[in-house]
Design a binder for this molecule. Structure first.
Ligand SMILES: Nc1ncnc2c1ncn2[C@@H]1O[C@H](COP(=O)(O)OP(=O)(O)OP(=O)(O)O)[C@@H](O)[C@H]1O
Ligand SMILES: [Mg+2]
Length: 161
């Protein structure tokens, strides 16, 4: 049940994003609005190409060069992300808003061990020391019931590759 009193964690208003292509303009996101309160989950469902990923990358402003947010607001805890530049966006990614990409193999670099990739993110974003980061990775693996032996494995050594 929705608590009407609790504020929205994320509120998207009339979001519009277009891609410019040699064949013309692709109106991938056209006036999309939704909001999410604390503890809520929201699923976007639709046929392939309807714009689900385009909405997600617009929220994080992880846009390819030919994509432009034409209008709308992405309100995250009182900040309109649409108005932020890359330097302002960077500290919010991972800390306040993040994305698990569709294909795990695209999210992880195949030539580095999985643990090292997570440790690097923790060192950069959380300013953990390497030892602190490793300890946190061990906790996170335990949390999702992954054998700690997988910390030092490469992405292709996991299932689903
Ligand atoms: N970089 C791009 N340049 C031009 N058009 C693009 C680009 N990326 C996506 N599109 C187009 O934008 C539209 C929305 O694509 P999007 O990938 O957001 O759909 P989707 O709902 O995530 O699909 P799927 O279920 O297949 O993941 C499609 O018409 C797609 O061809
Ligand atoms: Mg997609």
């Amino acid at each position: 049940m929705t608590n009407v009193e609790s504020p929205d964690v994320l509120s998207v208003e009339d979001l519009t994003m277009h891609y410019t292509t040699s064949a013309g303009m692709v109106k991938a996101v056209d006036g999309v609005s939704f909001s999410i309160k604390r503890g809520q989950s929201l699923g976007l469902v639709g046929e392939s190409g309807c714009g689900k990923s385009s909405i997600a990358i617009s929220l994080l402003k992880l846009l390819p060069d030919n994509a432009n947010i034409i209008g709308g607001q992405v309100n995250l805890g009182g900040i309109d992300l649409v108005l932020l530049n890359e330097d302002e966006m960077r500290p919010l990614r991972w800390n306040r808003i993040s994305m698990v990409f569709q294909a795990a193999m695209n999210s992880l670099d195949p030539v580095y061990r999985v643990g090292d990739q997570i440790i690097e993110a923790l060192e950069v974003h959380e300013r953990y020391t390497r030892d602190e980061a490793l300890k946190r990775v061990e906790e996170l693996f335990e949390l999702v019931s992954l054998d700690p032996g997988f910390i030092s494995r490469y992405p292709h050594e996991y299932s689903g590759a």
